[in-house]
Design a protein. Structure first.
Length: 591
């Protein structure tokens, strides 16, 4: 269940949807071959039944031969037993192939998503990923599910044509010529079905993206009165998806109708010709019954062939989405092999920021986007020249283990709280990190064994932020970059976090991107960034006195009213700090 997955554009299976399906078929060839063999036996046992019935009527009833009647009745019973047994095992293998292909695709997609990292959300929407994980994997599995029945149907059609040729060459030729004609007539119906299926698939992905965005921002939308406007847009997009779904249904209906009509015409022709041959005495009563039985039986394999065409069409559309994902390459491939030696000082060449090992360095930016850009370069999520311990960051081995960037968009994983915060274990380290993040009250209220729901929705914004900080601290990377780690907590909690962060990261390198006076005052070193460049450095209190631009950024231009500076933040969420709390925060910040 865990074969070597195709990787990137270099993998042959990522070059086309057909090659991806062939790769799955090659990986699962044993079970697919066994399913196809059972499907052939299952379908042939049904295909031979009309012949056995015809021989029983012709050799037994018409000729009044009791022995022949019993013989052919026994043959018919044996065919029924074979059909029942092979049907059960064929179905089990078909379901196994379907599930194996679906889960194998999930594994491949998950590995590629992990490999892409921060590149993925830039190249593919959330709704698109949801559609791949929910709908496309099912359609891809359906292509391998139909192999057993489809193979049996093709072999059965050939066998029926051979039997009819032996019985009556004219009837055999009708089947041999009629089946390709049916396929040729039905083939043009597959392309519109595929195009409409693909269009509907794209619209569903877009709608899923908008739905997740709406749910994530519902509280904000209500706060600004935009709920009605966005819900109206969502309804309009839903109508587009419904219209596209109706178009798919129409195309599928035409295809399904052709699956019934065209074989029906062939069956009617075989029945009519067989009856005329019987009247003329060309074939006997038994042969006539056989021809009629095959005319009825042909409905099953011909309809199965049509169903297989539809399943494969759906699978090709779905595989196209998967191969598009597999063809993506990370913006910054992880190919480093260098291992820095000596002090792990970090230098961001673009901004001029120099971070000393073992210190807490705060980055206060006049424009929050400049601080985020620095964090992205330090975390190697964006291109840029960064020196890490004397070597270029892009050459460093295990960079994802050595460098961690924690932002407020990070999510808590569902599952046991202790495992969500510290997957590698170590309760002592976890407790220390929880203490440093001032999250003891959160952990004590629910317990480390508590189950965390998706994205930690049971916790408030401030509680989630403290738990995310604890998770980042327990990881203990060489370089930890925190972006607005206290934007959603109150002043007292923020002061405690600021006091505890330095001791918790003793001996390690830490960068905090923030404009909070509390955090800046506790930092070992502060760098002020304007227009993407470090324009001033020093202690927080010194910069307040000597750098007016820094003071204006930190106090929001209200340096004459220091009691209001305790809430200055650039985060997406802020907790209001009022009254005495604000005065205490400003006093501690030295403003």
């Amino acid at each position: 269940m865990t074969p070597h997955a195709p990787r990137g554009a270099s993998g042959a299976v990522s070059s086309s949807p057909a090659r991806y399906l062939l790769w799955l078929l090659r990986v699962q060839w044993r079970t697919c071959a066994a399913g196809a063999a059972l499907g052939v036996i299952w379908m042939l046992s049904q295909a031979l039944m009309p012949a056995a019935i015809g021989r029983a009527l012709g050799d037994g009833v018409a000729a009044r031969d009791e022995r022949a009647l019993l013989t052919w009745s026994g043959v018919l019973l044996g065919l029924g037993i074979v059909q029942a047994v092979t049907s059960a095992f064929r179905h089990r293998l078909a379901v196994f192939n379907w599930l194996a292909a679906s889960y194998r695709t999930v594994q491949v997609v998950t590995r590629q998503a992990t490999r892409l990292g921060g590149t993925l959300p830039k190249r593919m929407s959330t709704g698109e990923m949801m559609s791949i994980g929910l709908a496309d994997v099912v359609h891809i599995g359906g292509a391998l599910d139909i192999i057993s029945r489809g193979t049996g149907a093709v072999v059965a059609i050939i066998a029926v044509a051979g039997i009819l040729l032996a019985t009556s060459p004219a009837l055999g030729l009708i089947v041999l010529v009629g089946v390709p004609v049916i396929l040729a007539v039905a083939a043009p119906l597959l392309r519109p079905y595929r195009d409409r299926e693909q269009e509907h698939r794209e619209l569903v992905g877009e709608l899923s993206t908008h739905a997740t965005d709406l749910v994530a921002g519902l509280r904000v939308l209500r706060g600004i009165g935009g709920e009605a406007m966005f819900s109206g847009r969502y309804r309009a997009e839903s109508r587009r998806v419904r219209k596209a779904g109706v178009a798919v249904a129409w195309a599928e209906t035409r295809l399904s109708g052709a699956e019934v009509l065209l074989p029906g015409l062939l069956i009617a022709l075989v029945t009519w010709a067989g009856a005329r041959f019987a009247v003329r005495g060309t074939i006997g009563v038994g042969e006539l019954v056989t021809c009629y039985g095959y005319a009825v039986f042909l409905i099953i394999p011909l309809k199965t062939v049509g169903e297989a065409a539809g399943r494969i069409t759906q699978a090709l559309v779905a595989a196209g989405r998967v191969t598009a994902l597999l063809a993506m390459e990370p913006e910054l491939p992880h190919t480093g092999t260098a291992r820095p030696e000596g002090p792990l000082h970090v230098t961001d060449v673009a901004s001029g920021l120099v971070v000393r090992e073992g210190r807490v360095t705060a980055v206060a930016a006049a424009d929050p986007r400049d601080a985020q850009a620095i964090a992205d370069r330090l975390g190697r999520y964006a291109p840029g020249a960064v020196d890490f311990g004397g070597v270029p960051l892009h050459t460093v081995a295990d960079v994802r283990r050595r460098v961690l960037v924690a932002v407020n968009e990070d999510r808590l994983f569902s599952g046991r709280l202790a495992e969500s915060l510290a997957p590698a274990g170590g309760e002592a380290a976890l407790r220390a990190a929880v203490h440093a993040a001032c999250a003891e009250d959160v952990v004590d209220s629910v317990g480390l064994d508590a189950h965390v729901v998706e994205a930690g929705r049971e916790f408030s914004g401030g509680q989630q932020q403290r738990l995310r900080l604890a998770r980042a601290l327990v990881a203990d990377p060489d370089l930890l970059v925190l972006v607005e780690p206290t934007s959603a907590v109150d002043a007292h909690t923020e002061a405690r976090i600021a006091d505890r962060l330095g001791p918790a990261r003793a001996g390690r390198t830490t960068v905090v991107c923030t404009t909070s006076p509390l955090m800046l005052d506790r930092a070992d070193h502060v760098a002020f960034v304007q227009d993407g460049q470090v324009v001033a450095e020093g202690a927080h209190r010194d910069l307040l006195d000597t750098e007016p631009r820094y003071a204006a950024t930190v106090t929001r231009g209200e340096a004459t009213a220091p009691a209001k500076t305790g809430t200055a933040k650039t985060g997406k969420t802020e907790t209001a700090k009022t009254g005495k709390t604000m005065d205490q925060a400003a006093e501690r910040a030295g403003t």
